[in-house]
Design a protein. Structure first.
Length: 525
């Protein structure tokens, strides 16, 4: 009798415990759902507007010791709580009344940009200049997309044996990359390295505020560009930049902690134009493939689009709940991707201003973002030590690579020139582009007109590089996401990485003020 009573009490306890666990799990899940919805809210970034919104909903406009960023986070939290409460009320009303669906869809907070169950879109009216820019972007991107798709159809018809041979050859060259040399680049850490389109110049941005140009592979200095008063967060080359361009033509852009974006010519130490508008430090910057526009990511939780010709701001794009660190254009020129310290990436359609895809999966800040040359895949590197590969066709993550044991700071796909170099990487072809006798015989047997164009077109986007705070640079296959090569640097933190468009060099910028060059070990550069 005693044992039966004891067992009954134990069973009752288990039941109570299960109920309690279910309740606790529901609370946790509800809180996670609230935070997820809060990240997608459209909340103003201007501090005065944030205060006005807090006043409208009956909250104190500021708390003791509260910064502008903290105040905006508090507004997001309060609105998400109101949102959740209103959503609960709406569900109860649906059960108790027979309100029409149209009335439910139109229910929203008065004077608020946060809509509840509405089909209306949140938007900000743009300028006439932005409208004209969107039209030009559409006219520019559509023919490029058509050409890219036509090229992909050609590659899809390649025989399997030919694809295997190309992969074996290309990956064999990538696996031979080794350290070519190291150079002290500045007095402070090198935040970013980027090769010029002609593969002969390397630009380095430093926390000292300087942008330096270097001859490669000799690593001799060309020029120091001084125009920033704080750490440089990003540098990017004009798509058609060369040293032979005339006076006053834009070749380079940089963004820095002084909240400015500078346009540079290679013929002057002073910037051609300084574009101001950001309310906090500027991180990564990028040139549109047309060269007519620049995008800049900033700690003011926005990224902005600038007109190069007029040096004026065309678009201030909100959408991240925390600082925006990285920004990158698609090769077609139709899309731009941004990555933030809120661990969220977003893909934006420049022609319409809409969000094309939300990259939600990382659990730490996104530091690097890159479009694949195929136009529909994106790689993101984050503080959770992983690289995620996303497919815009299926709107989901394809693969997660455990890439580094510390932050993934940068990700860069290999992009080939429009035509293959006169001397391919393997060194088997002469300067005039003619094949060796052995290669000529192989080509004749296969029936292919192999002047290198087919291989070069297939090579572009076939592999990519990543930089990590674990001190390594790694090269990865872009079709099966396998590690091809691990390169050791002389630093504990690698902050940036880039590949030349001829495939002969790889550069990394490090926290210890150095940049390193890497090349295939049996190649003379």
């Amino acid at each position: 009798m005693t044992d039966l009573t004891f067992d009954t009490l134990m069973d009752d306890g288990n039941y109570l415990g299960s109920d309690r666990a279910r309740i606790e799990n529901k609370v946790i899940l509800d809180e996670l759902e609230r935070k997820k919805k809060a990240r997608s809210m459209a909340v103003p970034t201007d501090d005065n507007r944030v205060k006005a919104r807090l006043r409208e909903i009956g909250e104190p406009i500021t708390l003791f010791g509260e910064r502008a960023a903290d105040r905006r986070d508090r507004l997001i939290y309060v609105l998400s709580q109101i949102n959740a409460a209103r959503g609960e009320e709406l569900r109860m009303d649906e059960e108790e009344s027979s309100e029409s669906e149209e009335e439910v869809r139109s229910c929203r907070f008065p004077h608020s940009s946060v809509h509840i169950r509405t089909q209306e879109e949140f938007y900000t009216e743009g300028s006439l200049e932005l409208l004209q820019a969107r039209r030009r972007l559409a006219e520019y991107s559509l023919p490029r997309a058509q050409k890219r798709v036509a090229q992909q159809r050609i590659h899809a018809k390649l025989p399997l044996a030919r694809i295997i041979d190309l992969r074996k050859k290309i990956f064999g060259e990538v696996k031979r990359f080794g350290n070519l040399g190291s150079q002290i680049g500045d007095d402070r850490p090198i935040s970013q390295v980027r090769f010029a389109p002609n593969s002969k110049i390397l630009a380095t941005g430093s926390w000292s505020g300087a942008v330096k140009l270097w001859n490669v592979p000799t690593c001799t200095p060309i020029r120091t560009l001084r125009g920033h008063a704080d750490r440089v967060g990003g540098v990017a080359w004009h798509p058609q930049a060369t040293l032979t361009q005339g006076e006053g033509l834009v070749n380079l852009v940089s963004g820095a902690g002084d909240m400015s974006v500078n346009l540079w010519s290679l013929n002057s130490d002073a910037p051609l134009a300084t574009m101001k508008g950001h309310a906090d430090r500027v991180c990564r910057v990028a040139f549109h493939p047309s060269g007519d526009y620049v995008a800049s990511a900033s700690f003011d939780t926005s990224w902005r689009l600038w007109d190069v010709a007029t040096a004026k701001e065309l678009l201030l794009q909100e959408g991240h709940s925390k600082e925006v660190y990285s920004v990158e254009f698609q090769d077609d020129g139709a899309l731009v991707a941004s990555g933030g310290l809120d661990a969220i990436g977003r893909v934006w359609d420049l022609r319409t201003g809409r969000t094309a895809m939300v990259l939600d999966g990382h659990v730490q800040a996104i530091f690097g973002i890159a479009f694949s040359p195929n136009g529909y895949q994106i790689a993101t590197g984050a503080g959770d030590d992983t690289i995620r590969v996303w497919d815009m066709r299926s709107l989901k993550a394809l693969y997660t690579i455990p890439a580094h044991v510390s932050n993934v700071a940068d990700v860069r796909f290999f992009r080939g020139d429009a035509s293959p170099p006169t001397v391919p990487i393997n060194g088997d072809v002469l300067m005039n582009g003619m094949e060796t006798a052995d290669e000529k015989a192989d080509v004749d047997k296969s029936g292919d007109d192999d002047d290198g164009t087919e291989e070069w077109g297939y090579r572009s986007g076939l592999y990519f590089a990543s930089a990590g705070y674990d001190g390594f640079v790694k090269l990865w296959s872009a079709d099966d996401w396998q590690l091809l090569r691990t390169l050791t640097t002389d630093s504990g933190k690698v902050m940036s990485v880039d590949l030349t468009s001829d495939g002969r060099l790889l550069a990394s910028g490090t926290y210890n003020r150095n940049f390193q060059l890497f090349a295939p070990e049996d190649v003379t550069v």
